[in-house]
Design a protein around this ligand. Structure first.
Ligand SMILES: NC(=O)c1ccc[n+]([C@@H]2O[C@H](COP(=O)([O-])OP(=O)(O)OC[C@H]3O[C@@H](n4cnc5c(N)ncnc54)[C@H](O)[C@@H]3O)[C@@H](O)[C@H]2O)c1
Ligand SMILES: CC(C)C1=CC=C(C(=O)O)[C@@H](O)[C@H]1O
Length: 246
């Protein structure tokens, strides 16, 4: 049976790279994003035949959208084995200038969405007796962030904790839950956040002196999604060029 994966925030950036590597590994993939048109364009590029890709609108701030997306995937592909919670917003407001409203907005989008995604997909996978969930955290959640805002860093730190909680809850049901904590990855978001004149300074600060590779993150997801990966759960996988060594 074809393995089936769903990725949130899959229209661009790391979510798209992850969806692409899952597709290359043979998965049927639901590419979901806030904009159906953007998700559809990405799905069309990946799989012009439309046989193994499905584009869906999934606003991760809506539990109803998660539930509807799950049902759409089951209707189309008959199963859901892998869910990747990648969508997030990255804000860089200095900590003393963040309003309570902006703080709530970032926590709600970045963290509550992971909580809801793990609940909705986790419940289905637990009932099916098998599943793999991967949550996108960040180096910022481990070291407090530098270029990114305090709300972003806090939202990503909470994802590491939520990943452990859901991993414990779902372990006996055959469902693993892991997180990936990237440092700066070659991506549109980093290029937008770091002007060319500041890139040299960023690279000088990274021990390996390079940005990370989004396709590698996709390949890491493919590995964590394998049935043989049953013994890693509740873990946070660091991919940060040595920026955070524990
Ligand atoms: N790029 C990096 O270097 C880096 C580093 C560490 C962690 N991350 C994490 O990786 C993930 C992807 O980052 P990226 O750099 O590709 O970001 P990005 O901004 O390029 O892509 C984010 C995607 O999420 C979508 N999205 C935004 N709000 C949404 C919503 N409410 N519902 C559904 N989709 C929504 C966007 O439309 C977009 O397609 C994020 O969780 C980010 O925090 C990225
Ligand atoms: C601002 C840029 C260098 C950057 C750093 C760290 C990230 C993270 O999530 O840890 C990125 O999202 C990214 O934009």
């Amino acid at each position: 049976m074809t393995q089936v994966a769903l990725v949130t925030g899959a229209a661009q950036g790391l979510g798209l790279a992850i969806a692409s590597r899952l597709f290359a590994a043979g998965y049927a993939v639901a590419l979901t994003d806030l904009s159906l048109a953007a998700a559809q364009a990405a799905a069309d590029r990946l799989d012009p035949s439309g046989e193994r890709c499905l584009a869906l609108r999934l606003d991760v701030s809506s539990k109803a959208d998660f539930e509807a997306a799950l049902q759409a995937v089951l209707a189309r592909f008959g199963a859901l084995h892998v869910a990747v919670n990648s969508a997030a917003m990255t804000l860089t407001t200095p900590v003393m200038q963040i309003s309570p409203e902006e703080f709530d907005r970032v926590l709600s989008l970045n963290t509550r969405s992971i909580f809801v995604g793990c609940q909705v997909f986790g419940a289905h996978m637990a009932a099916a007796g098998y599943g793999r969930i991967v949550n996108m955290a960040s180096l910022a959640g481990q070291n407090g962030g530098t270029a990114t805002g305090a709300h972003y860093a806090a939202s990503k730190g909470a994802i590491v904790t939520l990943t452990k909680v859901f991993a414990k809850e779902l372990a006996a049901s055959g469902v693993t839950v892991n997180a990936i904590a990237p440092g700066p990855i070659e991506s549109p978001a980093v290029r937008a956040a770091v002007p060319a004149e500041r890139m040299e300074g960023l690279l000088a600060n990274i021990p390996v002196k390079r940005l990370g590779d989004a396709d590698f993150l996709g390949d890491l997801v493919v590995q964590l999604a394998r049935p043989e990966a049953y013994f890693t759960t509740g873990a946070t996988w660091d991919v940060n060029g040595g920026l955070y060594m524990r």
